[in-house]
Design a protein around this ligand. Structure first.
Ligand code: ATP
Length: 205
């Protein structure tokens, strides 16, 4: 199994790349989705959040009210640490389970926004980064309904281009048309990921 870490700043095109890789045959693990699953209604994770932060982190349907939780959990350092201590081990367990379920000959793609910030690069055989100039990303995020100021603030809170370049094995520039990006993903799949995965298995025999 080849483990690929896929990341990039907000609005860079990660999901677009992840979708294409899934179409090509990769097993994609979506970290955002697993972090929602870890605290879904009825989960032990949600019960612990309620115990620590109170019932008012729930919305009227009984699901987690993320803005309400964020307001409490980011109020002070201890709350933030407690939130992480509840959520992170569960996300890690779900991730490990998904990885264990993937066939031995998979190209496994972990789509994880905070890969660089969390220092996870050594966990992968290959780190794939999608990027585009800040103004281009802001424009796309505004096109999706985010206020320009919020888009810029979120970009400023993430890793810098230099920090990403330090850990990147493959750099996919998404400053042009989607079709160009997808064509480069197809080439990467055929020329690099599939042969890499095959080589790994040959050497594991
Ligand atoms: P997020 O960090 O918010 O999850 P992301 O990195 O996963 O974002 P995408 O969702 O793939 O990025 O792309 C962000 C937005 O920009 C989407 O609306 C997408 O359709 C659009 N987009 C992606 N690539 C291009 C491109 N090359 N040209 C124009 N629009 C694009």
């Amino acid at each position: 199994m080849l483990r690929v870490g896929l990341t990039g700043g907000i609005g860079s095109g990660k999901s677009t790349v992840a979708r294409r890789l899934a179409e090509l045959g990769a097993v994609v693990i979506d970290a955002d989705q697993l972090s929602r699953e870890a605290v879904e209604p009825g989960s032990a994770g949600l019960a612990e959040l309620i115990e620590r932060f109170g019932e008012d982190v729930l919305d009227s349907s009984g699901a987690l009210d993320r803005p309400a939780l964020a307001a409490k959990a980011f109020a002070d350092e201890q709350s933030r640490l407690d939130l992480n201590a509840i959520v992170h081990p569960r996300v890690a367990e779900l991730t490990a389970r998904r990885m264990a379920e993937a066939p031995a000959d998979s190209v496994l793609v972990h789509d994880i926004p905070l890969l660089v910030e969390a220092g996870y690069a050594p966990n992968y055989h290959l780190v794939l980064i999608v990027d585009a100039a800040e103004d281009v990303r802001v424009q796309r995020l505004v096109g999706r309904g985010l206020a320009e100021q919020d888009a810029r603030a979120r970009i400023a809170a993430q890793a810098t281009e230099e920090q990403r370049r330090e850990v990147a094995d493959v750099w996919l520039d998404n400053g042009g048309e989607v079709e160009d990006l997808l064509a480069r993903v197809d080439e990467l799949w055929k020329e690099r990921l599939v042969p890499f995965e095959r080589n790994l298995r040959l050497h594991q025999r």
